[in-house]
Design a protein around this ligand. Sequence first.
Ligand code: AQP
Length: 323
Amino acid sequence: MRIFSGIQPTGSLHIGNYFGAIKQWLDLQDENDCVFCIVDLHAITVPYDPEKLQKLILEKAIVYLAAGLDPEKVIIFAQSKVKEHSELCWLLNTVTPLGELYRMTQFKDKAKKNEKAGLLNYPVLMAADILLYDTETVPVGEDQKQHVEIARDIARKFNRSFGETFVLPKVKLPKYGARVMSIADPKKKMSKSDPDEKSRISLFDSPEEIRKKLKSAITDTGKTIKYDELKKPGISNLLTIYSLLAEKEIKDVEKEMKGKSYKAFKEEVAELTVLKLEPFRKKRDELSGREVYVREILRRGEEKARVLAESKMDDVRKKMGLR
Ligand code: AQP
C-alpha cells in the first residue's frame, strides 16, 4: 500500500503529534511504500521566521529518525524541494469548490488570526501532496480527517472531469491517541502553536520540564481516577496519555491507579513520560551532531519523491490538455 503523511516544520513536536501521526507511521513502515514529508509550504501559511525555517526542517527530519523511521525503507523529504506539489495544487484549485474550503474547521480556527488565501488553500495543497503519490492511506490525527476527506472529494471531481487519474485516499486514525488534549486546557487539542508552553509535552522536554508541566496539569474538583471525557476531561486525557505510554488499556490503568490522589497519579504519569521519552532525547542528541548525514537522507528522499511526482504530473498534464 502507498502511505503518505506529513508534519509542518513549526514549533516543537509533542506527544499528540507522536501518538496521532508518527507512531502509526512506525507501525506501517515495514509492510508498505511510505512517503513522509516535512510540509514546509504548509508551514508558511501562518506568520513565520524565514531565518529559522531551514533549521526547523532539519529538526523535524531528526525527529523522524529519532522516533525510529528507517530511511532505507521510507522516503523522507521537504515538500518545497519537489516543485510538483505546488503545480498540482494550482491544477486542483481549478476543480475545488470555494464553498468547501470555507467550511474547513482548521481554516475557520486559524483565519480568526490570519485570513490569507494560502490558509484557505491549505487543504488543496494537502490534496496535491496526497494525490501526487497515488496514496491509498493517510495516517494522521483526528484534526486532519476533514482535510483527507476533501482530498478524496477533489480526486473524485478530477477523475469525473478528466478521466481516471487519481487513487481515492482513505484516512487512517489511531485507535487511541487520535486527539490528545492540552494538559493546561483539556477542552482544546494539544498543539504546537499554543502560546502556553505548559499545555503540551514536547518530545524533547527535559525530565524537569515534564515533571513541572504535569504537576500543573488541569484536573477537576473530584477525587476518582475514572475515564469520563465530559465530566473529567483532564483526568481522561491523563489516563489516555498514561495508557498510550504504558501500552495498557485505560480500564487497566484505572484499576492500577484506584485510590491514588490526583497528585500521586500526576506524578506517576510524569515518571512514565520521563522514562518513555528518554530514548528520543538520546537519539536526538546523537543525530544533532550528524547534520551532514541527515541532510543526505533528505536529499536522497527528495530524489526518490521527484521521480514518482514527475511521472504522475506527466499523466495529469496530458489529461488536462496541457501537453
Ligand atoms: N493533539 C493531537 N493529538 C493527536 N494528533 C495530533 N496531531 C496534531 N495534534 C495532535 C497530528 O500530528 C500531525 C502533524 O500535525 P501538523 O504539523 O500538520 O500540524 P497540526 O495538525 O496543526 O498540529 P499542531 O501540533 O496543532 O500544530 P500547529 O499548532 O502548528 O497547527 C497530523 O497528523 C495531526 O493530525
